[in-house]
Write a protein of this length. Structure first.
Length: 798
């Protein structure tokens, strides 16, 4: 490992320079700490101790290793609970002379004397452990295009004596199906194959299911001395930390006939002092044995093919020449942004959270992150989404990404905000690319034969928002807006959302600006006037004295106000009032003070406070979530990111940076409380700081979140102040006091910009030179594709 980047980190965690990797050196200090790998068909979340959550696409998300009970089919859960029989990838090592065992990663044996390091690299997981005189390295990776996990274990005899050892690769497969499940060893494949039939009852499902990948395999290149495929026989009376099967010299080679399947392979080896032995395994789902045979011959016949599959993954995960690389005096922050933030943005835009019907708002905001990395991918996503608009102007609740995909779960609940995201994300797209030709693309509708240019589609989306307001000019909420579980504010058809009214205003202003830039002056004026009307309506009906209310219920009650004992203040209406420019300077000061007083916690800014402790039937199921989790008053990072962006829009760079650092903090002991490695921004940290102080700050461990695209936008447009114009870029950085010098390499419209921003004492106004020459218009730099530019920006120190 490289030298640690920062010594202020708690000793359990270390960052490695250049590689971007993060190491955890203790299996008990953050027991749920996890990382994730993905390709376009498969996602593998591994926690440091060996538990796994894996999903693959066929094309709907499915599992190939199951928990003992059939799980509800829904999004990957926050704060995942693990239990001994939870799916995992485990390797028992046995000293055949003494019978002693230990296991990697750490579960199930949890040997008290074993050393432990878990390293998350962007392309692989690695564990290092020493126990019983054996030094073991375990590695896992995926490779592009294959639905398969690649595991490699190397055991090195460091004891000084000759040793006889057995390695048992154990991948619990779990309860596959109540209709049909079995498992057996296959000589031809050199591994275990578990068979199942996905349960169904409707005859039409037979024809759909017969193409599913119902096999789960564990195959190896090693010489096998034994195997077991019955979970109960393997575990016996000993329990997973001391399986009965490991008390015999050789596994019983049992076949499972409707017993709960498992996959255990035994490999024996005599090791001379300092001799090491490497074994390779592949684990995953398949449709048939021919598919498994293809995988083994492609990757297990020759060790170099196995290594090449890792190189392919390393290359696929390398984002260094996309977007930007930053270098400031805040090394930990740079490290996170350059490696992990971009990776998480890429994950969202790449695989759409492993869904075939992403929620429209998620799909569009995830594509917003892609604008900065691969703008063509974002463009395609916008075209896909807009082509599914309804002729009424409404955007659907979810975007279908596959011909057989259907709107499921939350996408069957009518939400009212989807239209607003179009101009919001397009404004970022045009700033980044100036590709206004997108506006002229002729696109269809979901429910009509008509076709219209994108520009007309967006106007229709705005007009639809405009007519969905009540007599006061406030936007109806129906069964939810951005906040999914706020499902009972307006289900009777009257309730309105303050946030959505303000978001409508933001969308219309952003759209007006785009129209103005492309010469549609009259239309631009119309939408600008409509935005102002929204702002006036909110100010007239929903200002509570120190902040804005969150909405008005079906029964006409304002909520999210000082008179409420729970859910007094919500963050989103405040940030979006700032974004909508719906506030006076006095209101802004009041809002920021109220947020500081009621919502800021040591772990970030909560989404609402105090968290609800009982159901409010006029607000909805958000009030039933456990106080301080998810939308019920956690530090819901997506909402906190809106606030950060709003602060930058208002020139509040100092406070914006403080907020950013609460979300992406330096490594200090509070990390142990958060319980998460600094390799992604989680969906939330527990809030309800005053109500449940002891668990406040705990990470959801969930890496699905709209946050990252907004953090990227905040950094680029806000902190660095680099915003594209039709012909180039404006430069208006907002550096906090303690950052005096920053350097950014920015990949922008085919050019490479090497930008240095420095504060100069005594300087009166910003000066910019490009390749040594002062710029004509202050702050504006012209850019041509294919060129590279040295841009020096001097700003006053104040
Ligand atoms: O899902 C997210 C949605 O994917 O919640 C956000 C919303 O804007 C995103 O589009 C805020 O509500 O159904 C539930 O109760 C879930 O809690 C979801 O609301 C939530 C989860 O965080 C899953 O990511």
């Amino acid at each position: 490992m490289n030298s640690p980047l920062d010594t202020s980190a708690p000793e359990q965690i270390s960052l490695c320079d250049l590689t971007g990797s993060v190491a955890l050196n203790n299996p008990t200090s953050m027991p749920k700490a996890a990382g994730f790998l993905w390709n376009d068909k498969l996602l593998l979340q591994m926690n440091s101790r060996g538990f796994a959550v894996a999903q693959f696409m066929q094309p709907e998300p499915a599992k190939y290793a199951h928990a003992p009970v059939l799980e509800a089919k829904t999004f990957i859960q926050p704060e995942h609970h693990y239990f001994t029989h939870h799916p995992g990838r485990f390797f028992y090592i046995r000293d055949n002379k003494t019978g002693e065992i230990f296991s990697l990663p750490y579960e199930p044996v949890k040997h008290p004397e074993q050393t432990f390091t878990f390293i998350c690299h962007s392309d692989r997981f690695e564990w290092h452990s020493e126990c019983l005189g054996l030094n073991v390295t375990l590695r896992a990776h995926l490779t592009p295009g294959e639905v398969c996990e690649f595991w490699k274990i190397t055991v090195n005899n460091v004891s000084g004596d000759s040793r006889s050892i057995s390695v048992f690769a154990y991948c619990p497969v779990g309860y596959m199906s109540w209709m049909n499940q079995s498992a057996a060893f296959s000589d031809a494949l050199n591994g275990v194959v578990c068979h199942s039939i996905t349960p169904y009852q409707k005859v039409e499902d037979y024809f759909k299911n017969k193409h599913l990948n119902d096999l789960t395999y564990l195959v190896t290149d090693a010489d096998i001395t034994g195997w077991e495929t019955r979970q109960v026989a393997f575990e016996g009376e000993g329990g997973l930390h001391a399986p009965s099967a490991l008390t015999s010299a050789k596994l019983a080679n049992g076949a499972s006939h409707y017993d709960m399947p498992t996959a255990v392979l035994q490999c024996d080896k005599n090791l001379a002092p300092n001799e090491q032995h490497t074994l390779r395994f592949m684990f995953g789902p398949a449709q048939d044995e021919a598919e498994i045979a293809r995988l083994t011959s492609s990757y297990l016949a020759d060790a170099s093919d196995f290594e090449d599959s890792l190189i392919a993954n390393t290359n696929a995960m390398d984002l260094s020449v996309y977007g930007w690389q930053q270098s400031t005096s805040d090394h930990q922050f740079d490290h996170f942004v350059n490696h992990w933030l971009k990776r998480q943005m890429h994950y969202h835009g790449d695989v759409n959270r492993l869904s075939t019907d992403p929620q429209t708002r998620n799909y569009l905001q995830d594509a917003m992150g892609m604008i900065y990395l691969k703008p063509n991918v974002a463009r395609k996503a916008f075209i896909t989404a807009i082509s599914q608009q309804l002729i009424s102007g409404a955007m659907p609740d979810g975007i279908l990404l596959h011909e057989s995909a259907e709107l499921k779960y939350i996408n069957q609940v009518p939400h009212t905000d989807h239209n607003i995201w179009l101009p919001v994300v397009l404004s970022a797209y045009f700033s980044e690319t100036a590709d206004y030709s997108l506006l002229d693309e002729q696109l269809p509708y979901q429910d009509s034969d008509a076709c219209a240019p994108v520009k007309a589609h967006i106007c229709q989306a705005m007009d639809y928002l405009w007519q969905a307001r009540d007599e006061r000019g406030l936007h109806y909420i129906n069964q939810g807006d951005w906040c999914d579980p706020m499902n009972m504010v307006g289900y009777k058809g009257k309730g309105v959302s303050v946030w959505l009214t303000l978001a409508t205003s933001v969308a219309m202003s952003m759209w007006a600006e785009i129209l103005e830039r492309t010469g549609s002056i009259t239309l631009a004026k119309q939408y600008k006037t409509q935005a102002d009307c929204c702002n006036q309506a909110v100010n007239k009906h929903c200002w509570d004295g120190d902040w804005f209310a969150r909405g008005i219920t079906d029964d006409g009650n304002l909520f999210g106000i000082s008179a409420d004992s729970e859910g007094k203040i919500f963050l989103n209406p405040q940030s979006w009032a700032m974004l909508a420019n719906a506030i006076s300077p006095e209101q802004k000061a009041k809002i920021m003070a109220a947020i500081n007083e009621h919502l800021v916690t040591p772990f970030g800014t909560a989404m609402l406070a105090p968290a609800f402790t009982k159901m409010r039937e006029d607000i909805g199921r958000v009030t039933q979530k456990f106080p301080g989790t998810a939308e019920n008053g956690s530090v819901y990072n997506h909402a906190a990111a809106f606030y950060i962006y709003a602060l930058y829009q208002h020139g509040e760079g100092e406070e914006a940076y403080r907020q950013l650092k609460m979300m992406i903090p330096d490594l200090d002991d509070a990390y142990l409380k958060r319980g998460q490695l600094p390799i992604f921004i989680p969906n939330y940290f527990r809030g309800a700081f005053h109500q449940y102080t002891e668990v406040a700050g705990r990470s959801s461990q969930l890496f699905n979140t709209g946050t990252c695209a907004w953090i990227a936008r905040s950094l680029l447009e806000g902190l660095f102040g680099l915003k594209g114009t039709t012909s180039g870029l404006t430069i208006s950085p907002q550096l906090p006091k303690h950052l005096t010098n920053i350097a950014i390499v920015r990949y922008f419209r085919g050019a490479i910009l090497n930008i240095k921003i420095r504060k100069v004492a005594g300087l009166e106004k910003k000066t910019i030179t490009v390749n040594g020459q002062p710029t004509g218009t202050p702050g504006l730099v012209m850019i041509e594709s294919g060129n590279s530019y040295e841009i020096d920006v001097a700003i006053p120190e104040a």
